[in-house]
Ligand binder design. Structure first.
Ligand SMILES: *Cc1c(COP(=O)(O)O)cnc(C)c1O
Length: 406
């Protein structure tokens, strides 16, 4: 009873009304627990997860080593301000930079924020060179996040519509089109950087031609621009290499990570190399939570598990097999435009919108995704077992075959 005699309600009192802002079109399922590539809903039904929370849970759900590291860290020290030195953050920067051939890291809490850091870094870089209106080249079909700067950089009108005025200082070119970047170079003196994904994820698993990233590297070297890669989705072993750029050998000046870096714990990173690594100074940028002891510990555990379990190599091997399996079963079907992928980033492009396949897969107890309306996208965890991979291929092939025959 409250002091005035009226009956008191417990603080956690559920009215069963939905008070969430309806920003997501959610599927009618609630998952209660997970283990490896499996999820269980509230009725106890089991689902095979071939999406990993959109390339986040690369080690699967509830990985014991990550869970143990998190619990121990929570009992030791969750957070201190970046006003102080943080050993775990320094260790994470050291490990990541060594692995990625980068020099310095800034830690944020998401992919969008990691890209914000990269965009700010590029602008500072420009101003230091006397460029007053620094301009960043971005591409059609890209996805860089939902903050104002990153949705401006994103090459999808649906992400931008209604949020005008957008941010100045971006120029857009078609993806996988070096000539378009060269043409801009000729007429725009204010360019300071190119920002692209090594493979477009949300844009439909679009893999550029082999000379694209090396071509951007060459242009950036010639012009004094920064080559900035958004590896938020492609990074951390997803494509069968630690980072997507490694397939091309074209090392960026700046790269961003997030998604799988914490296996579900929110963390993003902006890494830089060479001169770009020295642009930020005290006061240039900051984040309250960025790189705190808890998330740094989680990311260190992720890196350790990836190394110990050989998961990058596994992604490469398993990816080849899954791509082969999908091609074997689907490539000759009328309606299938292309089956492509690198590592465990796989896409089946159809000639028609196929978003309905997401619900049908859910009914078949499989989690997949459709992006760019017509591309069935698979981003399974890197710990997927061979027979589980087989099950994914079988189920997806059956669903796509049935759908195309309607
Ligand atoms: C998911 C994604 C982002 C945005 O990450 P958030 O953590 O949602 O802000 C940015 N870039 C790419 C390539 C992504 O796939």
């Amino acid at each position: 009873m409250a002091t005035d005699g009226s009956p008191s309600l417990p603080f956690l009192f559920y009215t069963m009304h939905n008070h969430l802002m309806p920003t997501y079109a959610r599927l009618p399922v609630r998952f209660e627990r997970g283990r490896g590539p499996w999820l269980w809903d509230e009725r106890g039904d089991r689902y095979l997860d071939a999406l990993s929370g959109i390339a986040v849970c690369n080690l699967g759900h509830a990985h014991p080593a990550v869970a143990e590291a998190l619990c121990e860290q929570a009992r030791t020290l969750l957070h201190v301000s970046n006003l102080y030195r943080i050993t775990l953050q320094e260790q994470l920067a050291d490990t990541l930079c060594t692995r990625a051939s980068m020099d310095t890291a800034f830690f944020a809490n998401s992919g969008a924020e990691a890209n914000e850091a990269a965009i700010k870094l590029a602008r500072l870089w420009g101003h230091r060179r006397g460029i007053e209106q620094p301009t960043i080249i971005v591409t059609d079909g890209s996805f860089h996040g939902r903050t104002l700067a990153t949705l401006t950089a994103t090459g999808n009108r649906r992400v931008q519509a209604g949020f005008e005025p957008l941010v100045h200082g971006f120029l857009r070119v078609p993806y996988d089109d070096l000539a378009a970047i060269e043409a801009i170079a000729e007429r725009t003196p204010d360019v300071v950087a190119v920002l692209v994904e090594p493979i477009q994820g949300e844009g439909g698993v679009r893999i550029p031609s082999p000379d694209y990233l090396p071509g951007i590297r060459r242009l950036c070297d010639d012009r004094g621009w920064l080559m900035m890669l958004d590896e938020v989705q492609t990074g951390m072993g997803r494509t069968g290499r630690w980072f997507g750029w490694e397939h091309s050998g074209a090392i960026p000046d700046v790269m961003t990570l997030a998604k799988a870096l914490g296996n579900g714990v929110p963390i993003g990173a902006c890494l830089a190399r060479g001169e770009a690594a020295t642009i930020f100074r005290p006061g240039s940028h900051a984040s309250t939570f960025g790189g705190n002891p808890l998330v740094a510990r989680a990311a260190l555990a992720v890196l350790e598990v990836m190394h110990a379990e050989g998961l990058v190599e596994r992604a490469a091997r398993l990816g080849e097999r899954m791509l082969g399996g999908l091609r074997e079963r689907l490539a000759d079907l009328p309606g299938v435009v292309e089956i492509r992928g690198r590592g465990l980033m796989l896409g089946v492009e159809l000639d028609r919108p196929c978003t309905v396949l997401v619900e049908r897969a859910l009914e078949a107890r499989l989690l997949i995704n459709v992006t760019a309306e017509r591309v069935v996208r698979l981003l399974p965890p890197l710990i997927l077992a061979d027979d589980e991979a087989e099950l994914v291929i079988e189920t997806v092939s059956r669903l796509v075959t049935d759908f195309l025959q309607e």
